[in-house]
Design a protein around this ligand. Sequence first.
Ligand code: ADP
Ligand code: MG
Length: 340
Amino acid sequence: MLARTIAIFNQKGGVGKTTTAMNLSGYCAMLGKKTLLIDFDSQFNATVGLGVRHDPEETIYHALLGGKRPREVIRRTYLAGLDIAPATSDLAGALIEMVEVPEREYLLRKFIHEVRSEYEYIFIDLGPSLNLLTINGLLAADEVIIPVQCEYYSLEGIAQVLETLDLIRKNLHHPIKIGGALLTMYDKREKLSREIAREIRRRFPYHVYDIEIPRSVALAEAPSFQKPIMLYAPQSSGAIAYEGLAKELLGETPFKKSETAAFYKKAYPEELKSDAIKIPEKPRAETEYEIDYGTYDPSGIVKEDLIKIEEDDAPPLILMIHEHSATEEGGEEESHVRVF
Ligand SMILES: Nc1ncnc2c1ncn2[C@@H]1O[C@H](COP(=O)(O)OP(=O)(O)O)[C@@H](O)[C@H]1O
Ligand SMILES: [Mg+2]
């Protein structure tokens, strides 16, 4: 077995690369694949986001340039099956030191070569610039996933990414594959977001993943609790989306968002049965429902978000919001929910 090695790449910052790297690798591990995440960004957000404490002598930098073996720097995470090669800001220094090293473009590739037989999936979280670190990351990967934020200038960003990948193929003779573009921070309630998503699906010359990652407060919050989404808010729309993406990537049954509810029940039957959350045998009729958002930030709720509502004298309900719209003029919002 040799790990399938996937770089998460977009030269633009803030598009969801690190969020994707952490959560996609987490779900691959949860789906039973032995997975390694390499933090290859000198901002080391993935390392911090996964709560990995490390000795300053034991990071990816020390394996690349400090004579450490890969095994000496790879750590376990809180999630079974997921390991990480952590980074610190030292990695920024690597950029300068690397210039002096022979075969400097292939340092990460050599690192991966040594551990590749121990994993089924290796993800590389790359930084936003195009530098020697990024080149190392791309030359070490079989394929790339390109997170694309659903906003105005994203198509231009994609063009740049495709140019870089062409350069890797033609000038550096590395046949890197484009796994696909991943739509991130998608907000179905916003017309612009919908239009851009449609435009990317129409114009991107390669695969676009079926799963769209919604804008989700929980996804943004989880790293500050040093947890991947499945340990922080496993029922959130963001969690469900990343789990769906992992399934799509692993080539498991085609996954449609309309199947989210069924998928959720299948994925977490134990949790739903125990956890005081009861689902009646038969779904109740679809109904209009007044929602007390409680601690939920309504702006974070998107179509098909799952929330739990406690009623007096009744078991808690899992509700799936299947529509959440605001009038164009910013008037009243309405939500229709499906009650299980
Ligand atoms: N789907 C999402 N919904 C809400 N916030 C998100 C989502 N994806 C990423 N974010 C937040 O947006 C910011 C940038 O995301 P990040 O994954 O760090 O991007 P990159 O690694 O491309 O710079 C972070 O604060 C992150 O928590
Ligand atoms: Mg990042």
